[in-house]
Design a protein. Structure first.
Length: 336
């Protein structure tokens, strides 16, 4: 049997090849079994398209926007191997993206700056730009090209793991707030994958998923799948439902039973910005995401400002007082 992965990547996997080669050299296109065209568009950017003319979806799967979030990287590396081996037969167009290879090599969340604040079409281009800025510009261009093609549904799953504990272990952030049928369908699907909570947000942000939602016409999600661990220490059993869900979504084998698990829904009601160097958060630094507070609790204090809980059910997300002045230090959410 043809070893298609070897024809494209030699003895390496997609991940190993991406880390070892900072530009694409040699063969970059291949027709694999089941008439599936595979093209390496660039470093860590693999386009997989079943040939034929039936209407299909375009699914973007991205990992390693934060380089140390290893479980999703392992998941998609295995997925790519399974596709090459014919164990998974994609029925939809896929773009599989390893977003920040240099940060993976450095065993680090980022090399110079948080890439998930850099997916903005308004990002200027300067000679002093960080690796992350150069890379995010390329990824935005690839993503636009990918989603420019006509598709029944355009979907983006950006896979992460979180630094801190979470009251809901697996959750999604959804920048699409239009409540379309496709979005609702995806919410049901994610519930089935074991995603416990979904947070909708219309806050303008420059995350990868917000970029594809706002500028590529995609239904997009940032998926937080558990806690950050080093390579080799992830128990992929913890991710079994998500892995199965992805495999089914790719191979068009989706069935959502009437009694599927339903993710709880939240929305963002506020963001607290760090205004001065005096800024501090008023709760323990190891607190879990989705922790609920009481009315009147002080959550953050700054030079001339305090954030008090105003309404019942307010919970916190992504607290980080070590951000730069002017950046978001805390997100406040409530159940829908
Ligand atoms: Zn992340």
């Amino acid at each position: 049997m043809d070893n298609f992965q070897e024809q494209l990547f030699g003895p390496q996997s997609f991940l190993q090849f991406t880390l070892a080669n900072d530009s694409v050299v040699g063969k970059s296109s291949l027709l694999i079994g089941n008439n599936i065209q595979v093209d390496l568009w660039g470093r860590g950017v693999l386009h997989i398209s079943p040939q034929g003319d039936s209407p299909i979806n375009s699914i973007l799967l991205s990992v390693a926007v934060h380089g140390n979030e290893t479980a999703p990287i392992e998941i998609i590396d295995q997925l790519v191997s399974d596709i090459f081996a014919g164990k998974i037969i994609p029925k939809h167009r896929l773009l599989i993206v390893i977003a920040n290879p240099e940060a993976i090599k450095a065993n680090s969340r980022e090399v110079d700056e948080n890439m998930n604040r850099l997916f903005s079409p308004y990002l200027g281009s300067y000679s002093s730009d960080s690796d992350e800025r150069r890379r995010s510009r390329k990824l935005m261009a690839y993503s636009r090209d990918f989603f420019a093609q006509e598709a029944e549904q355009k979907i983006h799953y950006d896979l992460h793991t979180a630094i801190r504990d979470s009251f809901y272990k697996q959750f999604a952030v959804s920048p699409n707030t239009n409540g379309s049928a496709i979005t609702e369908y995806q919410y049901a699907l994610l519930g089935q994958w074991g995603i416990e909570a979904i947070l909708s947000t219309s806050e303008k942000s420059a995350t990868y998923s917000a970029f594809t939602a706002n500028h590529c016409g995609a239904t997009s999600f940032t998926l937080e799948l558990g806690k950050v661990k080093p390579f080799g220490e992830n128990d992929l059993e913890d991710f079994a439902a998500v892995i199965t869900g992805l495999q089914h979504a790719i191979s068009d084998n989706v069935f959502i039973p009437m009694d599927h698990k339903v993710a709880l829904r939240f929305r963002v009601v506020g963001e607290v910005l760090k205004q001065t160097e005096d800024f501090r958060l008023c709760f323990p630094s190891n607190i879990a995401n989705f922790t609920e507070f009481e009315i009147g609790d002080v959550l953050a204090a700054d030079k001339d400002f305090e954030y008090l809980v105003k309404k019942r059910g307010e919970r916190i997300l992504f607290p980080n007082e070590n951000v730069a002045v002017g950046q978001r230090a805390l997100v406040i959410i409530r159940p829908l």
